[in-house]
Design a protein around this ligand. Sequence first.
Ligand SMILES: C[S@@+](CC[C@H](N)C(=O)[O-])C[C@H]1O[C@@H](n2cnc3c(N)ncnc32)[C@H](O)[C@@H]1O
Length: 331
Amino acid sequence: MNNDQAKRLSHDVRGALTTAMLVAERLQSHSDPAVVRYAGMIAQAIETATSAVRAGLQTIAPAPPQPGPPPPRLPQPGWDPTQYLRFSDERMRPALDLMERIDSAAPGLVIDLGCGPGNVTQLLSARWPQARLIGVDASGPMLARAQAALPGASFIKADIATWTPDAKPDVIYSNAALHWLPDHSAVFPRLLSLLAPGGLLAVQMPLMHDAPFRTLIPQVAAKGPWAAALAHVAPVAPILSPDEYWDMLRPHVTALDIWETTYRHALEGDDAVMQWASGTSLRPFLDALHDEGMRHDFRQAYAEALRPFYPRRADGTTSLPFHRLFIVGRV
Ligand SMILES: C[S@@+](CC[C@H](N)C(=O)[O-])C[C@H]1O[C@@H](n2cnc3c(N)ncnc32)[C@H](O)[C@@H]1O
């Protein structure tokens, strides 16, 4: 097994252990004392297994540099702007929190990387009406929505990993997009190198790889009539840790601000967490299922698996704790 396979396996194992721990914790408030006792024993066993995985991880040597051409890019999921915008208020909040931390009075060129349907690009335009604004995205349907919402801005269909602007931007902004790209140790320094002197890179990404919301996707995908069709689909890979981003970016910037926030989104409607994921993390899996009936059944199986972790509150909403990582660096 090579290092990448070992890391992927340990990620899957840690995800399964987190899910198991959440179940054990829930059972510890059961009314039957025997169930509580067994839940305590299970929780202890999970802790032992988690420590063993952690210890095993530390023995994995850093990957040697890969000679030759870069690996082929992952296929982009088919984005659906309408499904994505179903929870636009909740998705907008971290975008605004990120924008608030950008200290730039009158930037000449502002880039919105992974601009999606352009709802956040509109906010960038409102904040800096004098700036030239470019939105970049790989999805045609998302870009069409963005261009209709903001006819005055330029929107470009390109891969963030390789796209280079025609002038040096003062602000490169990216909300909820860069976690879709692999190889952050190449992507982030490259983005910083594109900036004008004194320019800012501002990024927000979900830090959710251990949450049932994400870990249940490959688990549900592996069981059921869809398993063969989904066997080759890779879930969104975990991003780096906040410390790893700090160490990677610090040598390239004059100032760096990294912080984390957990939002508790109060989602409306039936199977709200499944609906949320259908606009993002579930997309690569839905794309791989061409039979409409099977797609429906897969989404329902995922919704059922989610239910114990995200029960409806008494007021009818579903609470989705969503952890996010923010990075603002000035070159
Ligand atoms: C979750 S949406 C975020 C949209 C928007 N930034 C927002 O905050 O609402 C992620 C977007 O990133 C785009 N994306 C993902 N990987 C990309 C890549 N390698 N190059 C260009 N766009 C990419 C997707 O097409 C999608 O529109």
